[in-house]
Design a protein around this ligand. Structure first.
Ligand code: MV4
Length: 589
């Protein structure tokens, strides 16, 4: 048993965990970085400790500091949220060695399911279907050709150490194999320090369906239905729902039992998620997430089970009080991730201050938020502002309720994904429950996304912005209208300035953005962030559009390109330099 929990995370999930702790009568301890001094999770905790400059709560270097802080605050347990400390077996072990309870699976179970290839082998051993493919590294292009002939094209060459969508090459025909094999190995070596690759049949147009499991320390493992997370962009999920519109009760049971077999085999405890691809009535295990996930909320809404509370209770040694037969799924839940991103411009990060923030309310509406009015979104963390979750008696009611709640959600000062979600809710293929992982790109086109361009309301007291957009309440014949007036004759600028960087490959890819400035010789950063790579040196000739810098903001890498052809005169920043929007990074001649 323990009575004080340190929450080693920030934002909405830190608040989510603290609410569960409070309901269980547990004292809560927050840790925070200098960027989060005013943050909601810091104010909500019983005690809070500054642990350093940002990112702090997201840094491997902070493991010692977090454990020291737990000791100092008298915490006996640590909940990692869904931060990357959550899937770090070393952190779980360090907690154990310090006499602290890590609220999550054992480091041993985590390690067994941590790698993609080991997890695939555990699945095969547990009689859980995986995509046809190899379980050993492939050694030559000839071997890839032999395997492809066996499985049929297209095939995927995957980096053994890859994950989150990195290190996957699709090959459509034999003549593409040699080049793809070499390139997959090179990319794997560069990204993961291991050039080991393996081969799978490529599933062309699947859904992403995952099974939630919950296990106690007494050998009980339950599955709590599934989540359909097919609506994603470049491996960032945007909308999740439960149940999946694609599953029959028979398939749900088969997937759930498969998930339980695998969790049981590796001695899993706590909450975990098994990811599957699903196509044509067949499912294939991909990998396991050994943590609570962002989208756990939709499972909570349809099962009525507070997953975070049960993570804590099983960590205290309590047994799960249900049999599988007692788990009932009721109604339908949908979650929309409200991110500080501009969907009209390749979902680029939208840094800034939230000048107005009003959440939707009412029956079947839940908002798990990490921010409030007046907060500035820091560049160091992900772009999630809030999760909007609705429940309905059936899927149609849930969609109608989501439409209403999205319209009721008022966020000004930064661009958000709300217009994107409204577009999806109005897309017939989504209403019919037909979304696959290709939904964005087929049913929602680039042109549809560009049409979501809109002005954002200005920051209060920001003379520059308020010269362009003003809000008025107007009564016409006694009827009130909220009117947004864009400055006459002035262009309505997006909040990030005239040309923000575009996300690039990696966690989120995209076409490159040119760095434009009034000064024709300056290469200017369109966003605030940290320079992570420099591809320019003095004297180097460059083409217009050539990538010169890579800048990281909100956990996304963005490319900064040359605004014109020329020669680099000076490079004014170094790697790891933090830069402001509008700052000159290099000069051209
Ligand atoms: C696949 C696949 C199709 N066939 N493997 C991408 C992320 C990584 N976790 C696995 N991924 C995929 N593996 C085979 N054999 C398609 C994907 C994939 C994907 C999977 C889940 C959710 C979104 C996705 C988007 C693109 C590709």
């Amino acid at each position: 048993m323990f009575s004080t929990v340190l929450i080693a995370n920030r934002g909405e999930i830190a608040l989510r965990v603290m609410r569960a702790c409070k309901e269980l009568g547990l004292r809560t301890v927050a840790v925070y970085s200098e960027a989060d001094r005013r943050a909601l999770h810091v104010r909500y905790a019983d005690e809070a400790y500054l642990i350093g400059p940002p990112p702090a709560t997201e840094s491997y270097l902070q493991i010692e500091r977090i454990i020291e802080t737990a000791k100092r605050a008298g915490a006996e347990a640590i909940h990692p949220g869904y931060g990357f400390l959550a899937e770090n077996a070393d952190f779980a072990r360090a907690c154990r060695d310090a006499g602290l309870i890590f609220i999550g699976p054992s480091p041993e179970a985590m390690a067994r399911m941590g790698g993609k290839v080991p997890a695939r082998n555990e699945a095969i051993a547990a009689d859980v279907p995986v995509v046809p493919g190899t379980t050993h590294p492939v050694e030559s292009a000839e071997e890839v050709l032999r395997l492809a002939a066996e499985f049929g094209y297209p095939i995927a060459i995957k980096a053994s150490a890859g994950g989150g969508g990195r290190g996957l090459k699709v090959v459509n025909a034999p003549d593409e194999v040699p080049a793809a094999y070499e390139s997959a190995r090179r990319e794997a070596a560069a990204a993961f320090k291991s050039d080991e690759v393996y081969v799978e049949k490529y599933i062309l147009n699947p859904r992403h369906i995952e099974i939630q499991v919950l296990a106690d320390q007494h050998g009980n493992v339950l599955y709590l239905g599934e989540r359909d997370c097919s609506i994603q962009r470049r491996h960032q999920k945007l909308i999740e729902e439960s149940p999946s519109p694609a599953l029959t009760p028979e398939l749900r049971t088969a997937m759930g039992m498969a998930a339980v077999r695998l969790a049981q085999r590796v001695g899993y405890t706590g909450a975990g998620t098994l990811e599957f691809l699903f196509e044509d009535g067949r499912f294939y295990f991909l990998e396991m997430n050994t943590r609570i996930q962002v989208e756990h909320t939709v499972t909570e809404q349809v099962t009525g089970i507070d997953l975070v509370k049960w993570q804590i209770r099983v960590a205290q040694g309590l047994p799960l009080p249900w049999t599988q037969e007692q788990i009932e799924l009721r109604g339908h839940a949908i979650e929309c991730r409200i991110n500080a991103e501009d969907p009209a411009h390749a979902f680029r990060p939208a840094l800034g201050t939230i000048t107005r923030y009003r959440e939707p309310h009412g029956f079947g509406v839940r908002v798990d938020s990490g921010y409030t009015e007046g907060d500035t979104i820091p560049q160091f963390y992900d772009s999630l502002i809030a999760k909007l979750i609705v429940w309905g008696q059936d899927r149609d009611e849930a969609i109608a309720r989501m439409r209403r709640a999205l319209a009721d959600f008022e966020i000004d000062g930064v661009h958000t994904t709300i217009p994107f979600h409204q577009l999806v809710m109005d897309t017939p293929a989504f209403a019919r429950g037909e979304a696959t992982i290709r939904f964005i790109g087929t049913h929602v086109t680039d042109a549809d996304l560009r049409a979501l361009e809109r002005p954002i309301a200005p920051a209060e007291g920001n003379g520059h912005a308020s010269a362009q957009v003003r809000m008025f309440d107007v009564e016409v014949n006694g009827r009130r209208f909220a009117v947004r007036i864009a400055g006459v004759g002035l262009p309505v600028l997006p909040v990030n300035g005239p040309a923000a960087a575009q996300p690039r490959g990696g966690r989120r890819g995209g076409s490159a953005g040119a760095a434009r400035a009034l000064d024709n010789n300056a290469v200017v950063s369109p966003i605030q962030g940290t320079i992570v790579a420099i591809r320019a040196q003095p004297g180097m000739p460059v083409e217009a559009g050539q990538v010169l810098f890579v800048i990281e903001a909100m956990k996304m890498e963005n490319e900064i390109t040359a605004p014109r052809a020329g020669t680099i005169a000076e490079v004014l920043v170094q790697e790891r330099t933090a830069v402001q929007a509008g700052q000159t990074l290099a000069t051209l001649r």
